[in-house]
Design a protein around this ligand. Structure first.
Ligand SMILES: *Cc1c(COP(=O)(O)O)cnc(C)c1O
Length: 462
């Protein structure tokens, strides 16, 4: 089956490549240096080899890929990125990116407004969620050098690793049976007076769980701690929280406005290619920690250059252009980008319902966003691990059109027990199945995905 789309993608590419070539020629002709000359047939052959080699991939763009956090960017992002990349502006300084620095400012304003942040904030795009979180933790350390950073046991591993890089101590807080940070455990740590910053995750990478941010902010106030929110994955769900997520979940998204810092990845749910993260700070005075002198970069403007308020130096102006263009087509509203997120949540909800009624599969827990975890109905951890893996292998085999792609997730016996499963704990941990249903097309694909996985599970546990 081929993709049925209303956009003529090749035509859009021809449009932007032509426009940029015209722009270039408006500066007058010059001869390409012989060292840069290449043979059309040779380049074409290399590109043919490239596209052949790209066969060796999973179909991240296709709804049959219901595995990890991966999907193809929207064509508008690709065309905007390509057009801008041909000129290759660097959003490090205004000198090296007058147009795309302005686009980045526009984009940041829109994202900050989505979170309910005040008009004055400090923020910028980054190359990744990892870099964005590193900056937030670095500021946390600069503000309270002797204090610790607390995050949930299910937080992204980057927080523990970056604490190590920064030379700060991190504390892992246990999660409840819904995958959310335990408030009791958090308060115990806060009572020691040693916690400087709490990292809350809205949309954990494994389970898509939303930490109880509203209460975390209250506790932080009570004990004089700061709050950083990692919404690398979940941030854009703010657009649909009030009308399409559980009221309890929506309440925590509403609390984002009070967080000291926030990270979101446009390359996860913002339809962007990789290389697109963002970090926001509520208190603009933290800009002083970024202060540095650069004898060669900042010339044409006294306005703030992104290079003066970020850890990275060079950064693709094309990334800013790609989001800017994407948000023109899919604005940050429920009807805009939100309309691509509602079906992902429905997909997870609907598959969860099917799993409750299945004779061979069951849900691990109720999905809060669009990440679903589930397992075969077996009686021991050893079998659970073996059969989960076998389901993944069998689902992914057969012809390309028959394959469906799933992921696994490792759980401990205590986590299974906490969710009411009574399995013989004959192993230290076991794999269960996990599907990130992040493409809106997943909504209509769920029954077929479920039937196929269920059929395989039935055969294996019979
Ligand atoms: C993906 C993710 C990260 C890491 O971001 P990268 O963009 O992959 O570097 C951090 N935290 C959470 C919650 C994530 O989902």
């Amino acid at each position: 089956m081929t993709q049925i789309d209303n956009l003529n993608f090749p035509e859009l590419l021809t449009q932007v490549v032509g426009a940029i070539e015209n722009l270039k020629s408006s500066y007058g002709e010059f001869a390409t240096h012989p060292s840069m000359k290449s043979d059309q047939a040779k380049v074409s052959a290399v590109l043919e080899e490239l596209t052949d080699r790209l066969e060796n991939n999973f179909p991240y763009f296709h709804p049959s890929y219901a595995a990890q956090m991966l999907k193809a960017p929207h064509p508008v992002a690709v065309a905007a990125y390509l057009a801008t990349m041909m000129l290759n502006p660097n959003n490090h300084s205004i000198d090296s990116s007058p147009a795309t620095t302005q686009m980045e400012r526009d984009v940041l304003k829109q994202i900050a407004a989505m979170f309910g942040y005040p008009e004055e904030f400090l923020g910028h795009l980054t190359s990744s969620g990892t870099t964005a979180n590193l900056e937030a933790l670095w500021i946390a350390r600069e503000l309270q050098p002797t204090k610790k950073i607390a995050h949930s046991a299910d937080a992204h591993y980057t927080h523990a690793r970056m604490s190590e890089v920064l030379g700060t101590t991190n504390v892992s807080i246990a999660t409840e049976s819904d995958g959310r940070m335990s408030l009791d455990e958090l308060e115990k740590e806060l009572k020691t007076g040693e916690i400087g910053t709490i990292v809350a995750t809205l949309g954990t990478t494994g389970l898509g769980a939303v930490d109880p941010l509203a209460e975390i902010i209250e506790l932080a106030k009570k004990y004089g701690a700061r709050v950083h929110v990692d919404t690398a994955y979940g941030g854009f769900f703010k657009l649909i929280a009030d009308n399409h997520l559980a009221p309890e979940t929506a309440r925590h998204f509403a609390a984002l406005k009070d967080a000291d810092s926030i990270v979101v990845d446009p390359h996860k749910h913002g339809l962007q290619p990789y290389g697109s993260g963002a970090v926001f700070f509520r208190d603009i005075s933290i800009g002083k920690f970024y202060k540095h002198d650069s004898p060669y970069t900042y010339f044409i403007s006294d306005d703030v250059h992104f290079g003066e308020i970020q850890l990275e130096c060079s950064r693709a102006g094309a990334s800013a252009a790609a989001i800017w263009a994407t948000l023109k087509v899919f604005p940050l509203t429920e009807q805009g980008l939100g309309s691509a997120l509602i079906p992902t949540v429905n997909a997870a909800k609907n598959w969860h319902k099917l799993l409750l009624d299945s004779d061979s599969l069951m849900p691990y827990q109720k999905p809060e966003l669009d990440i679903l975890t589930y397992l075969p109905r077996v009686d021991s951890l050893t079998k659970l691990d073996e059969i989960s893996h076998e389901i993944l292998v069998q689902a992914g085999s057969g012809s390309k059109a028959q394959q469906i792609h799933l992921a696994t997730y490792i759980v401990k016996p205590e986590a299974l027990q906490a969710r009411g499963f009574k399995l013989n704990a004959d192993a230290k941990n076991a794999r269960i199945l996990r599907s990130v249903l992040m493409k809106p097309e997943h909504e209509t694909w769920v029954p077929a995905l479920h039937n196929k996985v269920q059929e395989i599970a039935r055969q294996l546990i019979r």
